[in-house]
Structures are given as C-alpha cells and as structure tokens.
Write a protein that binds this ligand. Structure first.
Ligand code: HEC
Ligand code: HEC
Length: 434
C-alpha cells in the first residue's frame, strides 16, 4: 500500500481541516444526508479537497534546495585571512577584545568600538545613525559573521576587517583620536602583550604625542614633520591594532535561528517539532521570499547576503550630507594605504583579487549599498544604511512599492503583494531570530 511520507501526513490533516472549515463541505454533506438527498456534489467536493491536500507537497525540490542553501549549517568554515597573519592567533584576539571595549582609544576617553557595537544588541546600537564623539551619517552595522564579508562598511570602502577597524579610530565623528597617540598608548599600556604577539615595538621617544594624517590641522602638520621611517613605524603599530581587532571580530558568529531548525528537519525529511514547526503564514512568507518576491536574488546563502552592492531605491535622509554609496567608495578603497595592495598586508598579493578586479565605474554603483545579512533582523530596528525604516512592515512596504531612486537606478521592481502576503513576508523574516 502506498504510504504518505511523514511530513505530508500532518499537512494532509491540516489542509483537510482548514478546507473543510472554509468550504463547509462536511456540513453540507451532513445536511444533505439528513434530508435524504443524494450527497452528490458535497461528497465529490470533500474527496477533491482531501486528495488535493494530501498530494500537494509543501515544497518543490528546487525550493528545498534553496531553503537548504540558506540554513546556517551551509555556512562554510571561515577561511584563513592571509593578509592578517594574526587573524587566528588567540593572543591577538584577546588583545583585540580588550581594545574593542577600551574607551581610552578615543579623543576624549568616552568612546570605544563597543559604544556603538553593543554586545547585548547584536553588536549594534538600535539608532538610525551611530553616535560617537558626534552623530555619524550611517547606521551602525551588526557584526555577526562580518569576517565573511569581502567588503566592509555599507559602501565597502575598506577591503579587510583589519583595515576597517582603523577608520573609526580616526574618524572625527567616532573615536576621533590620532595615530601617534594610539601607538604610544598601546606601547605604554599593553607593550608586553603586544610584543609577545607582534614582536618588538619601535622607540617612540622622538615621535610627537599627537599626530596623524587625518587629524586636526595641528595633528596633520605634526605628522608632516615626521620622517618616513617614523611614519612607517607608527603605521605598522596602527595596522597591528587593526589586526588584533579583526582577530577578535572573527569570533562573532551568527546564532542558530528558528529557521535553521526548520530547514534542518526539512532537509532530513523529518517532522518538525516544537518551535521548528512553521505556521502556514511563515511557510507562505518563506515561499514568497525565495519565489515571487525574489528577495533571495540578493539575500542569499546562509548569511542571507550576496556580499554585493545594490541600489534598492532607499530614500536619503533629509538632514544628512549627500550619500552616493558604492560609487564614491571605489576611489577611497583604492587610495587606502592599508588596503590589500599596500605595505601593511601580510602574505602575498594573490589574496588581493577582490580589490584588483573590483567593479570601478559602472552606473549601477550609484547609491548602491552592501546587501545586509538578515539574520536576527527582527531584533534590530531601525533598518537600512541610515535607519530610514522603523519596522519590517515598512521595509516590506518599500519593496512592494519599489520607488525609483533619487539618483542612479533602483534594481528592485514593484511587487503585487496582498496585505496577507506582506504580513507573511514579515512573519518569515521573524523566523530568522533565535
Ligand atoms: C560612533 C559609533 C561607532 C564606533 C565607535 C565604531 N563603529 Fe563600527 N560602525 C559604525 C557605523 C555607523 C558603521 C557603518 C558606517 C558606514 O558604512 O559608513 C560601522 C561599521 C563597522 C563595520 C563594518 C561591518 C560590515 O558589515 O561591513 C565593522 C567591522 C565595524 N564597524 C567595527 C568597528 C570597530 C572594530 C570599531 C572600533 C575600532 C568600531 N566599529 C567603532 C559605528 C561605529
Ligand atoms: C537587488 C537586491 C535586493 C533585493 C532583491 C532585496 N534586497 Fe533587501 N536589501 C538589499 C540592500 C542593498 C539593502 C540595504 C539597502 C540600503 O541600506 O540602502 C537591503 C536591506 C534589507 C533589509 C534591512 C536590513 C537591515 O539590517 O537594515 C531587509 C529587512 C530586507 N532588505 C529584506 C528584503 C526582502 C523581504 C526582500 C524581498 C521582498 C528583499 N530584501 C529584496 C538588497 C536587496
């Protein structure tokens, strides 16, 4: 005898019950029998509903493959970063953790990485724009799985996790410090730990206390008065601060979500239990996400991102400076002395393919931003690169409408989504949280 696979049995019963409720077939059947009439149409309807419900599998084979590709267990192990010899050095990661939470690494002693990247808030701050020494122009990005990203920042203006870490340290809106002060502080406070990892520290006795190429006018002129050898000494210590911070951030991993438990059971052909059971609404949302709404053309893979840049027509924020996204980041990453092709990379230049071959001058780069991961997204409003939307409902409404971009061309097209479909997409996005 033919047996229904286990996962269909439950579905069979659910569909059967809900269809019965909708069609009132059973009621009609009962009434017609009671009245002595031939059950005819009511009986046929009842059987048709039963067969349809049981024969229709919940997901096609193609859908199942896509769902499996989104599950956390499809995330490959992190590749070594040959440009940072200390990337997987536990001592470097421990020093990086100390530095991440150290408020002294700022102009006024009040801002650390952890001011904006808060450990209890998915390493972000829940604000539309991050606030350090002053308010920045973009939203603080969460850090789970960040080490998988070839480009850093919303516009990808840095090409490694260690080069990225150097930017907030000097940015006047964030930590606002200067390069020689940082190198001297690390030597004075963490000299022994530093030398055990990175080797001997240079002599800084003739180096100005406050100097840097990106600092105030006085700091810049102090920097310009230093010798090339002194610049190199300071830059090397500065780069190593970034390498320690990167080593620490490589350990910030995404957590298993309800979706992952559901996907694992689906892949194994088993029956979901407890919180891994998806409601019909969540299933509808998932099907839309990977189907009609094409969300997974960009939000794909186990981190729900293609790590690429897209213009999705997100509107600018009125009181912020003009922001053209990726198109203006290309020259910045090319000019960065700490980029992969610069003097402070470890290992060989074969690691620099991304930088060498990056797309430099396509109109598609205008107002293009890095596709964010959607893992645990429900727990961290507001959304988008400058916190433009306050809720997932607003995000989905944006995609449904797909307004044209103020500059450049949006890649997303209006979607015909009913109220129920929008709600289903939101319900599905919520399953990406623990
Ligand atoms: C004032 C708040 C603030 C501070 C302090 C801060 N960040 Fe950030 N961080 C941000 C904002 C805002 C962005 C996005 C900026 C952008 O795209 O221009 C960001 C982006 C990042 C990214 C990129 C993530 C990605 O997916 O591309 C990393 C990594 C990061 N920060 C790490 C750090 C580290 C390490 C420190 C300390 C050295 C630090 N941040 C200090 C607010 C802050
Ligand atoms: C063309 C690529 C693309 C498609 C298709 C796409 N997204 Fe996005 N998504 C992005 C980019 C890029 C951003 C960031 C845009 C910005 O900040 O300006 C984003 C942002 C988001 C955010 C905000 C996340 C955060 O942390 O700020 C959510 C939620 C989201 N998308 C969900 C969806 C859903 C649901 C769909 C399908 C209806 C979808 N996306 C389709 C590229 C895409």
């Amino acid at each position: 005898m033919r047996r229904f696979p286990a996962q269909f049995q439950e579905k069979c019963v659910t569909v059967f019950r809900s269809e019965l409720r909708k069609n009132k077939s059973l009621e009609r059947f009962r009434v017609s029998v009671k009245n002595g009439n031939a059950p005819g149409i009511a009986l046929i309807l009842l059987l048709a509903v039963l067969v349809a419900g049981c024969e229709r599998p919940q997901f096609s084979e193609a859908e199942k493959r896509t769902i499996a590709s989104l599950a956390l267990n499809a995330l490959p192990p992190l590749k070594p970063d040959t440009t940072n010899r200390y990337a997987d050095d536990p001592g470097a990661a421990a020093l990086g953790a100390t530095l991440f939470f150290d408020f002294t690494l700022s102009r006024n002693g009040t801002v650390a990485c952890s001011t904006c990247h808060q450990i209890g808030q998915q390493f972000q701050d829940g604000l539309p724009q991050g606030v350090g020494v002053a308010r920045t122009n973009r939203r603080t990005q969460p850090l789970a799985g960040v080490a998988y990203s070839p480009w850093l920042f919303w516009d990808g203006r840095r090409d490694s996790l260690w080069a990225q870490a150097l930017v907030p340290l000097e940015n006047p809106l964030e930590q606002a410090g200067n390069r020689t002060a940082y190198a001297r502080y690390v030597k004075a406070r963490f000299g022994e730990r530093y030398e055990r990892i990175f080797g001997p520290l240079p002599d800084f006795s003739n180096v100005p206390a406050n100097a840097g190429p990106l600092g105030s006018a006085t700091e810049q002129s102090a920097w310009n008065g230093m010798s090339g050898a002194q610049h190199d000494d300071i830059n090397r210590v500065f780069a190593n601060i970034g390498k320690a911070l990167a080593a620490f951030q490589r350990s910030i991993n995404p957590k298993e979500a309800r979706f992952d438990r559901f996907a694992a059971v689906l892949a194994a052909g088993g029956e979901p239990q407890d919180d891994a059971v998806f409601s019909p609404e969540e299933i509808q949302g998932l099907k839309l996400f990977i189907g009609k709404a094409s969300c997974s053309t960009c939000h794909n893979g186990p981190l729900f991102t293609d790590h690429a840049f897209h213009n999705t027509g997100v509107p600018p924020v009125a009181d912020l400076p003009p922001d053209r996204g990726r198109v203006d980041a290309v020259a910045q990453v090319d000019a960065d002395p700490f980029n992969c092709l610069g003097a402070y990379r470890d290992g060989g230049p074969e690691a620099c393919g991304e930088l060498k071959f990056m797309v430099r001058d396509k109109p598609e780069l205008i107002r293009a931003y890095k596709t964010p991961s959607l893992r645990a997204v429900a727990g961290r409003p507001p959304y988008m690169h400058a916190g433009q939307f306050g809720s997932l409902e607003e995000v989905v409404a944006h995609y449904a409408k797909a307004p044209s971009s103020v500059e450049g061309v949006s890649e997303v097209h209006p979607l015909r989504l009913s109220e129920r479909e929008r709600a289903a997409l939101v319900a599905f996005l919520k399953t990406l949280s623990p």
